[in-house]
Design a protein around this ligand. Structure first.
Ligand SMILES: [Zn+2]
Length: 460
């Protein structure tokens, strides 16, 4: 689910078709205990198969023991007599079924398991596997692939179904799957074999819990880090790719209702002296200036704009800002001490008041390449961090009002250097200039490290 990626037949027929066959053939096909020739395989209709939907029985709505009918694409529970799949096979003379959990094929109502290597392309779509060679080539080419329905796509630039208003989760998954080290890690199953998996389809558990892309991103990265054995001290692929650190200077403020002379006396007390702490982060939250909405001569609202470097000023070590907690107010300033290979910005557009959520529509102006963060590092860090310039690789946008708005994402295709806009299943190519005109909400930036991952100057 993390990687919205399919791989089927190439349009160019010249290349690794043969190799793919060999690899697939090796992984399965040696067991033939229950194999029998099934006469109904040519009734399978691949064009109706879509495994992105919630895996529940279309009649009982149960998630348990669900089979896909490979003739009409519908899902049914069970395969014993009187089960929904069994009854469907008799009523509609649809005979070939796939168990969506065990990935075994069955012929109903005769009820035998079908072993046939010609069905492996279907298993592959339900549960793709990738060879090391295929993974390493993903970002080096711009070849189009053909999907079941005849449409073409670039690997990695694939829309996701919007089921139950989960566009906020789709954009996060698409953004993260455009981070090659993270994506490649999850494409190789041996990297995380044995970790506990959540029951059922993760997407369907999640959609009820969130609604906001930043909340989801934050939860998802922490959950992933934990599931992979990561802790505060022990790293995981998530912390290796995204974790940086910063210094936080913080001082308590006296209660705002105190008389002026008492305030002064309080400020001399020890607890109002500035304290320094070091903290790691998986993303940086950038605050927008409060947005005054002006109208022009034609009574049209003028949307305020702010340069990215202004809001990054939060991390220059000098800018002080007041932060309110439940009980106390603090004055804080920040400075970065370590930069990650991939840096995530979350632009704080939403503020919760007592009764409603307000959105700040300010447009952030930014160059999409060569953003240098050197000046936000402490002196010590400036000496050790060699490369500090970043290029944008993903830009999540929130359009419209807080509650009824929608999400879309801009992603860079690493192989071609072209930008695409994805909104659920819709994919269009766009000009890079369009990216900076949007209400950016989450951005992922890639440090200009060398291809082999070593840090050195790129002369950019
Ligand atoms: Zn059917």
């Amino acid at each position: 689910m993390i990687v919205g990626m399919k791989r089927e037949r190439d349009i160019d027929e010249d290349d690794d078709e043969e190799e793919v066959q060999v690899k697939i053939g090796r992984s399965q096909g040696c067991e033939d205990r229950r194999s029998r020739h099934c006469p109904y395989l040519d009734t399978i209709n691949r064009s109706v198969l879509d495994f992105d939907f919630e895996k529940l029985c279309s009649i009982s709505l149960s998630h348990i023991n669900v089979y896909a009918c490979l003739i009409c694409g519908k899902y049914f529970q069970g395969r014993g007599q009187k089960s929904h799949a069994y009854i469907h096979s008799v009523q509609f003379t649809h005979h070939v079924f796939l168990n969506l959990h065990t990935l075994k094929f069955y012929c109903l109502p005769d009820n035998y398991e079908i072993i046939d290597s010609s069905l492996e392309d279907i298993t592959y779509v339900l549960k793709p596997t990738f060879t090391k060679q295929h993974i390493s080539g993903l970002d080096k080419q711009g070849k189009l692939y053909r999907a079941y329905d005849g449409t073409t796509y670039l690997p990695g630039i694939v829309g996701l179904n919007n089921i139950k208003a989960n566009d906020y989760a789709n954009v996060v998954l698409q953004a993260l799957s455009n981070v090659p080290p993270l994506r490649n890690y999850f494409l190789e199953e041996e990297n995380y074999r044995g970790i506990r998996r959540p029951p059922g389809d993760i997407m369907f558990l999640l959609v009820q819990r969130f609604g906001d892309a930043v909340d989801f991103l934050s939860w998802f990265m922490n959950a992933l880090h934990g599931a992979l054995g990561g802790t505060k001290k022990k790293s995981s692929i998530v912390s290796k790719v995204f974790q940086g650190s910063m210094r936080i200077f913080s001082k308590k403020l006296p209660h705002p209702d105190l008389p002026a002379e008492e305030k002064e006396a309080f400020l001399l007390k020890e607890e109002y002296q500035e304290e320094m702490s070091e903290s790691t982060f998986l993303y940086l939250t950038l605050d927008l200036p409060t947005a005054p909405l002006y109208k022009d001569e034609k009574e049209q609202l003028i949307i305020p704009q702010v340069p990215l470097f202004n809001i990054l000023g939060k991390f220059n070590g000098n800018t002080e800002k007041e932060y309110k907690t439940y009980k106390e107010n603090f004055l804080k300033r920040f400075q970065l001490t370590k930069l990650p290979p991939y840096l995530i910005f979350c632009i704080k557009r939403f503020t919760k008041n007592n009764f409603f959520v307000e959105k700040n529509p300010t447009i952030v102006n930014f160059p999409i390449t060569n953003v240098d963060l050197r000046e936000y590092l402490t002196e010590e860090a400036q000496a050790t961090e060699k490369i500090t310039t970043y290029d944008l690789v993903a830009n999540v946008v929130h359009d419209g009002k807080p509650s009824e708005g929608s999400y879309r994402i801009h992603v860079l295709h690493h192989g071609t250097g072209k930008w695409y806009e994805l909104q659920d299943l819709q994919v269009i190519d766009i000009l890079p200039q369009m990216i900076t005109l949007s209400e950016a909400y989450i951005q992922i930036w890639k440090r200009q490290d060398k291809e082999d991952g070593t840090k050195s100057h790129t002369g950019a």
